[in-house]
Ligand binder design. Structure first.
Ligand code: GLU
Length: 335
């Protein structure tokens, strides 16, 4: 049994630190700290082309701007390092090798053109666009020989057929997915080129993460992660998916429109919003609010937060009071 709570954020350094990361950081940080646990920063830089050092620095600066110092991370070090995926290749190679050897993964040699045509055909037949791979049952030996002559391939996970993958989400409650609809998802471009779904599972396991608290945009990845945890014989963390932050038009996410660029930080440098943000999120956590159907109110709160930190038109205290009132009203609405 793992006793210490360990949470993490795993941002990709492919853009400036944004409000979505700030929020995930606060939830994870507060949850860990409330339970005497540890908060870890892991940099997910498997996308070599889009990952940039300046964005990684911006993540470090963004966190310290929020007053959050990770217990472990690329700068802080720790017992479970390295904390950048680009430095953890050996772990992934080991996992991919194992999945291939135990026939839980296989090489798929279909190229993009084939996959596109297949998808078009399935959609035209009103079927779910799930790739059926003729290479699924090829032995590893045969596949390795084929690999010598074919340049286009990817490694896929062999999803079980007709299985319900269920988990209890700490925010949304019970959730289940049919494995047939997940299909044989890709886990690596090659043995030493892992993709997100594989790397995240390996890292969460190796780093002893007990609670994965992340944005709702990852909810459909979670059943894939569960299957991978099982195939690798690893203990499962618990999951909580935070609702997306909506923009004023409800359609656009704040993360797209409201980054927290340095200029904005400078504006509030003399009056850091940390207490405001922490108090706000603390309320959210301790009240056990399930903000899933509260997107309108949640959005109002976020609007206030942005307003408070960016223009200081409202004092921080007023903004907290307003946020608390919004939370209460939203809770009453739900009863
Ligand atoms: N790199 C992913 C992201 O930035 C992390 C997702 C996760 O927390 O598992 O969205």
């Amino acid at each position: 049994m793992r006793s210490t709570i360990r949470t993490r954020i795993a941002p990709s350094p492919t853009g400036l630190f944004h409000i979505g990361t700030a929020r995930a950081a606060l939830f994870n940080y507060l949850y860990a700290k409330k339970n005497g646990g540890q908060f870890i920063l892991r940099i997910e830089d498997t996308d070599k082309e889009r990952s940039k050092k300046e964005f990684e620095d911006d993540i470090f600066n963004g966190l310290s701007w929020l007053g959050i110092i990770p217990d472990e991370g690329p700068k802080e070090g720790g017992m479970y390092g390295p904390y950048r995926q680009s430095e953890r290749l050996l772990f992934y190679v080991k996992a991919v090798d194992r999945l291939l050897a135990e026939e839980n993964a296989y090489y798929c040699f279909h190229d993009d053109y084939y996959l596109e045509q297949e998808k078009k055909r399935l959609l035209a037949e009103k079927k779910p666009p799930i790739h059926e791979c003729e290479y699924r049952e090829l032995s590893l030996k045969e596949a390795e020989q084929k690999k010598e002559t074919l340049s286009s391939f990817v490694i896929r996970f062999k999803s079980p057929k007709e299985r319900t993958v269920a988990f209890k989400d700490h925010i949304r409650g019970p959730i289940s997915f049919q494995s047939d609809l997940l299909g044989d998802f890709s886990i690596a471009r090659d043995v030493a080129e892992p993709l997100y779904n594989l790397a995240v599972v390996v890292d969460d396991h190796e780093m002893n993460i007990t609670h994965v608290i992340r944005g709702e945009d990852h909810i459909s990845n979670t059943p894939k992660h569960i299957l991978l945890f099982e195939a690798l014989g690893e203990a499962m963390p618990q999951f909580a998916h935070l609702p997306l932050i909506l923009g004023k038009d409800r359609a656009k996410r704040y993360v797209d429109t409201v980054g927290l660029p340095p200029a904005r930080r400078d504006l509030v440098a003399s009056n850091p919003p940390r207490d405001y943000l922490i108090s706000f999120y603390d309320q959210v956590l301790s009240a056990r609010i399930v903000p899933i159907r509260l997107n309108d109110s949640f959005q109002t709160i976020v609007d206030d937060m942005i307003e408070a930190v960016s223009s200081r038109r409202r004092t921080v205290e007023q903004a907290i009071a307003k946020a608390n009132a919004d939370i209460k009203a939203a809770l009453n609405e739900r009863q």
